[in-house]
Design a protein around this ligand. Sequence first.
Ligand SMILES: Cc1cc2nc3c(=O)[nH]c(=O)nc-3n(C[C@H](O)[C@H](O)[C@H](O)COP(=O)(O)OP(=O)(O)OC[C@H]3O[C@@H](n4cnc5c(N)ncnc54)[C@H](O)[C@@H]3O)c2cc1C
Ligand code: FES
Length: 337
Amino acid sequence: MFNVHIRQSERTIQVEIGSTILETALAAGIQYPHGCRAGNCGGCKSRIHSGDVELSPYSEFALSQDEYENGLILACRAVPWSDCDVSWCDPDDDAVHAVRNLTCQISGLERLTSDIASVKIKLDRSEKFDYSSGQFAYITFEGYPRREYSIASFESDELEFYIRKIEGGLVSTFVWDYLLVGETVDIEGPYGNLYYRSDHEGPVLAIAGGSGLSAIQPVAIEAVTTNPSRPVFLYHGVRDESDIFRAELFIELANEYECFSYIPVLSEPSRASERRTGLLSEVLEQDFNSDENCMIYLAGPPPMVRACTEVLQKIGVNSTNIHADPFFTEADLVERA
Ligand SMILES: Cc1cc2nc3c(=O)[nH]c(=O)nc-3n(C[C@H](O)[C@H](O)[C@H](O)COP(=O)(O)OP(=O)(O)OC[C@H]3O[C@@H](n4cnc5c(N)ncnc54)[C@H](O)[C@@H]3O)c2cc1C
Ligand code: FES
């Protein structure tokens, strides 16, 4: 057992050998900031002032090598090997919202493409729910394990999510094949480090792969509507023409705001197309050759997020300006463990 002092709580907890700082702190009733508890989101990023911890595997999007070398750790992955003194990194004011646990009802279901559905969830009018564009919530459908889904929109007490059916996926297959309007669902959130940075005045590069549009759409909309003179580029990578969704919304925005560009990118077009084609990372490489003070938001399949991040870093974008939510699934977690 090791003593771990947590500066903001002014408490010292006893962490069993093999346990993480986060799980012990939460069990002790400390409101330690966190999200996924699995090394994916960066929500529990902390500074270690003294002592040794071992970090179990985590995503490089949650904690970069630079951050690690500068004394930052993830409390959800940190198993102490000595007494420690730690403090959590204070989340940006933009992203501080009370985490709510709500029981709600499915209010809308619509198939948008051959594998992406819009799922709408109505909150009780008396419930307060606040979030920052880009964040996600955990959804628990009755009888199924909870999963993370990014909030695509929140209007008139209704949250909307875009959920992609994954081959062999427990929850997404249930959503696609069996979920009905009127069913009860539990929501916990908001969480996540991908959120719109309102203090950045420069251009915004919003990049989504498939259902990653759920996180990126609200960021792009807020970026252009709150500062209409700043360039906002929305790239949406899909396989083929029929996989594009919500195009009408973005075409309307592009007509209204001169600085807004909507660029769908087809990776596997089934016939000749006037659209941009190729992988999102290849198209980014063609379009950008310097960082131009862009703030970058990325969400979607982990390989796409990784490839785009590499391209952006190659052209000199500072990693502190890249905010990414790779949509990890159980398969990725098993692979990493
Ligand atoms: C921050 C975040 C935000 C997200 N936002 C969205 C979103 O907006 N929209 C969206 O569609 N998705 C999103 N996701 C992904 C989502 O949370 C789910 O992971 C996804 O829907 C798959 O869940 P599932 O239960 O259908 O699949 P799972 O049952 O988790 O299975 C996924 C894949 O893993 C395989 N698998 C399952 N268990 C194992 C195992 N033990 N060993 C090996 N392989 C296994 C399955 O065969 C399948 O191919 C997000 C993820 C994160 C981390
Ligand atoms: S809670 Fe630790 S990385 Fe998400």
